[in-house]
Design a protein around this ligand. Sequence first.
Ligand SMILES: [Ca+2]
Length: 467
Amino acid sequence: MAQSPGQQEAERQEAGAADGGAQRNKYFQGWLAVSQLLYEGASWSGNERHCCFLNTRQDRFANVSAASGFDLLDDGRGMGLVDWDQDGDLDVWIANRSGPRIRFMRNDAPATDQYLAIKLVGTTSNRDAIGARLELHLAGQDKRALIRTLRAGEGYLGQSSKWVHFGLGEARQIEKLVVRWPSGTVEEFSLLKPGCRYKLVEGDTSRQLSGNRAINLNAKPCQSPSSAQARIVLSNRQPMPDLIYTDYARQPHRLTEHQGRPFLLNVWASWCTPCVQELTELAQSQDRLQIAGLEVVAFNFDGVGNATDSDPLDARRLLKRIDAPFHEAQGTPLVARTLEMGLRYYFDKAEPLSLPCSFLVDRSFRVAVIYLGPVSVEQLLADTGILTAPPAAWQKASLPFPGRWAIAPLEDSQAAIASSRQDSNPQQHQNRSGTTWTVISITLLFLTLVVSLFILRWRSQSWGTRK
Ligand SMILES: [Ca+2]
């Protein structure tokens, strides 16, 4: 049967919508695939070193990445330029997708050259003077002006300081500064001195000298922590999985047998030299561990996974040799997989279980601290000592350096964390939002009914009173 033009158009629109939906699904599937790759440890652009190019003022640039110290292997995303310590040179903040998430690079180049810093205040233009173009003319120099443009945003989600910075080199005198305001007005400012910071207001050619105050940053260069050794204090402790295992006498156990007192779950193997050193130190400090009320559950992984040439008997002999009075536990592929899933859950990153590795578990059977690599007895005793600290003190102790929380840590529940991660899926987010709005609608309807009944009852009472 022949279709009407209207039916044909409706079918075309429907087919187009279906195609659009399929395209959107492919788009989201693509992002999910990329996210999964990153989650599994792949890098988006982490193997591309940062670059820094020096303008030689001869229509050429020189690659000074290595000499400047910028050739980092970070997975960078954005950067901002600012004279953070106000000593006349530009410093750099770098934001990374991977760790370290943020870097501050203080410019420690010899401060023999001069500078000029300008803050613009628009009146007829926008107040921040975004879009203004500044031309700086130096006395006794060639006729080429130094030009800067004030922008709102640079790079990905980045914004440099709105203080416009000029490096003057060896110049010691400024002829003039021409400001082309976004409103179209052009103004010239003279009598500016090198080595100063000025606030310039649109329509007012008098300049305001802003105080110079060099800030002494006491920070020292730090070494990036090794990924092979780390101490991670969970700001909100998470439940420890209940592991089922056997001891060396093949007697079955559950890890929850240790609930009610703090213990260290240590993952080790006899072929792992750092593991043996760590266990030896723990064994030699057994008296101190006992006084602290800390038990050690030593999970041995000899003969598990790729270590097929090792034998659990080796582990048993070694524990006897070092006289380690630990609770012996024989690891299995399932236990290894469970611990790996736990680490994936805690860190939102999929990585294989590496040895040695330890979990400090509190008396409520919650993981409090994770140690990747060996942990010293002193550190272990210190962490055990603060297991009973109030939540605020514990969260403070979980920070790697002093600071305050910009966003409060997640609630101490798996549901809250799962819910927060659900936002990464737009479709699920829509569904959850829809549920929320449905709940709100039902609540509002219920409240409306209650209020209506109350008003009706009040009016009937009032009428009754009048009678
Ligand atoms: Ca500086």
